[in-house]
Structures are given as structure tokens and as C-alpha cells.
Design a protein around this ligand. Sequence first.
Ligand code: GDP
Length: 301
Amino acid sequence: MSWFSKLRDSLFKSRAALSRVEELARERRPLDAAFWEELEETLIAADFGVETTEKILESLQDVARKEFWRTSDQAIARFRTDVAAFMTRPGQRLQLAGKPAVVLVVGVNGSGKTTSIGKLAARLVREGKKVLLVAGDTFRAAAAEQLEIWGQRAGAEVIRGREGGDPAAVVFDGVSAARARGVDVCLVDTAGRLQTKVNLMEELKKIRRVIARELPDQPCETLLVLDAATGQNALSQASLFNETTQLTGLVLTKLDGTAKGGIVVAIADRVGVPVKFIGVGEGIDQLQAFEPQAFVDALFD
Ligand code: GDP
């Protein structure tokens, strides 16, 4: 199966939630208030969010007036192009600058951080890179153990510290080991206990400072992992992290099995940071580089 068919399959629930959009096009209805209302309701139900939905509809209505469109098929055709354009941002590819390149991965517990790191490691190893995983979550022994399992699966080495130790110290050890061993990419897992928000954010800042000190001449990718199935809640998490950590990219997980696929559009619109990867299953090869147009094509039949 091609990656596109896999993407299409994994988005089946969101596609079902949005099937009305294609019906609206096929019906070739007049562009009256009832049509716009129905489109609006469909998008909101698929978690596009009120603000993003309104933005999309306003711009569509504007073009519809200027270009004298008469029927719904015209509006929906343009809608699909608009949504893809909406999600396209500079820097959508992972930037791996310097050796070792460092990718810091943040997000609340359960969002799919460790799993995404494992999948990303496997991708990079397949591309011929030497990868090192750093267990920056020192609070849960289980987190480091899980990372070790992913390391074995992916073919990447793992550095872990003492349980309860300083995460920044583990990151320092990780970067030093990466240098000594000629590693290409260092993927850093972090703790995600949101209940201690201030501490968590301070800890992330400290980790960033260590990386900046050790590798002063290179930018560091900071990816926020968000569970797409939490819908609009993912949006507030993104704003929270973005306030305190300079995010460079987003990973949206668990898009398989949720009807809330519109959240990807809302997040791309509202957060101002590109979506770089999407998780479409629990398997090691179920992390895809995010392609806005393919995503739209897979979302709408
Ligand atoms: P962490 O606490 O953020 O490190 O989260 P984990 O990586 O441990 O993931 C939490 C759960 O989500 C695990 O059961 C994963 O298998 C699952 N998970 C992660 N990504 C995906 C995904 O893309 N699709 C599905 N269906 N499950 C996922």
C-alpha cells in the first residue's frame, strides 16, 4: 500500500465526518445562506474550530462574490485549495543542522512523545543516519525503559540518567556522547507533567540552555507533540507551550481513529508553527511527514 492509501485509510473517521462537504459539492446547490450554514456546521463538527472556520468561510464568500460563483461545486473546489494553502508554512521539513543535530521533543504525558521519537528515529536510521535517543524524562523510570525499547526497535542508541536526576545533566551527557560517537541526530525526550507547569517550563528552558551552550552555532528543532484526538484542547496546549518554549514544529498524533481531523487545520492556522509530522497509528512506520495537499486529498474523497 502506498503511503497515501495508508494516510487515507487512517483518516477514515474524519473523512466520514466531512463527507457532507463532498455531497454539498455534488448537489451543485445555490450559494445561499442555508449552504454556508451547513458547510459551517460540518467544519465545526470536524473540529476546525469556530475561528478558523469563520476565517475560511469569509474568504470563500468574498471570492464567491467577486467571481460571481453560482453553485456549491465552485465553492467547494476552492475550499479544498484554500485549506491546503492555509496549512502550508515555511520550514515544514525537519531542519537537521550541524552534527550532532538536536531535536528536542516536548508535550504532555500521554500525547505520544516517546512513540513519536521511536518512529522518527526509525525514519532517520532508514535514511542512513546514526541516531541517539536521550531519556530526558528522569521522573518516570518507565519512560526511560520505553525509550530503550524504541531504541532497540529503531536501531538507535539510548542514553539515560539516574532516576530522579537532573534532566539537563542527562541532556549534557547525551550531547557529549553524541559528539564522541559521531552521531548525526540526537532526539531528546522530556518530561510532560503539566500539573507542575512552572517547573516544567523552567526545566525545558534549562535543557535548551544546555544545548545552546554545547552547540552554540546551530539552531535546535523543538517539536511539540499533540494528541489530535483531544481536539480543541490540543490548541490550548500548543499556545501554552509556545508561550514559554520556542517551538519550531508540531507533531500531531493519533489521527487514526479520531473524527477530529479538522484540528490539524485549526492548529496550523492558529499556532503559527508548521506541522512537521503526523502520527497515523501505533506502528513504527506510522509517522508521516506532513504534506498539506495530500492531507486535504485524503480528508475529502
Ligand atoms: P508520552 O507519554 O507522550 O511519551 O506518550 P506515549 O508515546 O507513551 O504514547 C501514549 C499512547 O499513545 C501509547 O499507547 C501509544 O501507542 C499511543 N500512540 C502514540 N502515537 C499514536 C498514533 O499516532 N496513533 C495511535 N493510535 N496511537 C498512538
